[in-house]
Design a protein around this ligand. Structure first.
Ligand code: NAD
Length: 346
């Protein structure tokens, strides 16, 4: 069997690291080697890859996807790219869009150019449901136009379209996934689920944007990673695949579930000023990946959330230093809320 050399960008982040642990884990595909290229921004964490650091066929390279020389060298030595690396937090993109445009747009183009030069096999581009904009009723099929609203989603839409353009223009085997909101272990505690869990575990109130009525579809990372693997191994060149979880909830409803899972109640909720330009509702139609590639989300939301809360409860040493560091960082949605520094971060 021929070995497939997969270059995973952003493999030290939340979803990328889970993808790498899955590929190199006991149920991963045979004959795959994995190189992670990651800049280790605030969101990248080498600890996310401890489990696989001694695995056969694993290599870690610290570097920037905008570094054309490095990217050229790495892409030349691989058969496939699965591209996760991105600036991923909407709130940060509102405070400043530079890094978003640079990494998400220029970085993607740098990778695509190298892929073209070296005749890469397959390029899986990890996009987002946020590229579609906001939808009042119904769900987006892949054919819907992109109408992104935040600097984050606009930079993701740009990279999504440039990736597809390299297929249409040059015939590069590009496959795009557009997934809904992920939750699970190892997620940096700035996104709503880990932010709320870690605050509640510390006995702190949680900041809910606006009226809490914004609706998101939630998917467990196991399901997202399985969807990506289906696209890498069985998807078609030039195709876009929505990946959903089938769990549409308002932020208020998600907050109630998290309060319950953490043994807290609504007295812990603080309504804070809404996010600027906050998209009201996201909803992907994921019929295509279901019918063409046999994808179904397997993780039931209640089980997935209970497991996630349990992981954060038992992995304080993973997140406490991050919460401490975030307290000294840019003022995100927690501003105005009390932040407790841990006395002994381990
Ligand atoms: P994350 O922020 O946890 O991880 C991003 C990773 O990319 C980090 O390890 C970071 O160090 C790395 N990175 C950032 N800039 C880089 C650069 N210039 N060069 C190399 N590495 C760089 O993000 P995530 O939540 O794991 O998301 C991964 C991908 O999935 C992103 O493309 C995101 O847009 C997409 N996505 C995320 C979600 C979600 O709910 N989290 C949903 C749909 C799509």
């Amino acid at each position: 069997m021929t070995t497939i050399r997969v270059l995973v960008t952003g493999g030290a982040g939340f979803i990328g690291s889970h993808y790498v642990r899955t590929l190199l884990g006991p149920d991963g595909p045979p004959e795959v080697t994995v190189t992670v290229l990651d800049k280790l921004t605030y969101a990248g964490n080498p600890a996310n890859l401890h489990e696989v650091r001694d695995a056969d066929g694993f290599t870690f390279v610290r570097g920037d996807i905008c570094d054309a020389e490095l990217v050229d060298r790495l892409v030349a030595a691989h058969d496939q790219v699965v591209h996760f690396a991105a600036e991923s937090h909407v709130d940060r993109s509102i405070l400043g869009a530079d890094a978003f445009v640079r990494t998400n747009v220029l970085g993607t183009q740098t990778l695509l150019d190298a892929a073209l030069r070296h005749g890469l096999g397959t390029f899986v581009h990890i996009s987002s449901d946020e590229v579609y904009g906001s939808i009042e009723k119904g769900s987006w099929p892949e054919t819907d136009p992109l109408r992104p609203n935040s600097p984050y989603s606009a930079s993701k839409a740009a990279s999504d379209l440039i990736a597809l353009a390299y297929h249409r223009t040059h015939g590069l085997d590009v496959r795009v996934t557009r997934c809904s909101n992920n939750y699970g272990h190892h997620q940096y505690p700035e996104k709503v689920v880990p932010l709320f869990i870690t605050r509640l575990l510390n006995g702190r109130p949680v900041p809910l944007y606006g009226d809490g009525g914004n609706v998101r579809d939630w998917i467990h990372i196991d399901d997202h990673v399985r969807g990506i693997e289906l696209v890498r191994t069985r998807g078609c060149p030039g195709e876009v695949y929505n990946i959903g979880g089938g769990n549409e909830l308002s932020n208020r409803e998600m907050t109630d579930l998290l309060l319950l899972a953490c043994g807290a109640d609504r007295r812990m909720v603080r309504f804070v000023e809404d996010r600027k330009g906050h998209d009201r509702r996201y909803s992907v139609d994921f019929t295509k990946i279901r019918t063409e590639l046999g994808y179904t989300p397997r993780k039931d939301l209640a089980t997935g959330l209970a497991e996630t809360v349990r992981w954060y409860r038992t992995h304080r040493s993973w997140w406490e230093p991050l919460v401490d560091r975030a307290a000294g960082g840019p003022a995100l949605r927690t501003s105005g809320l009390p932040v407790r520094r841990t006395e002994n971060p381990s």
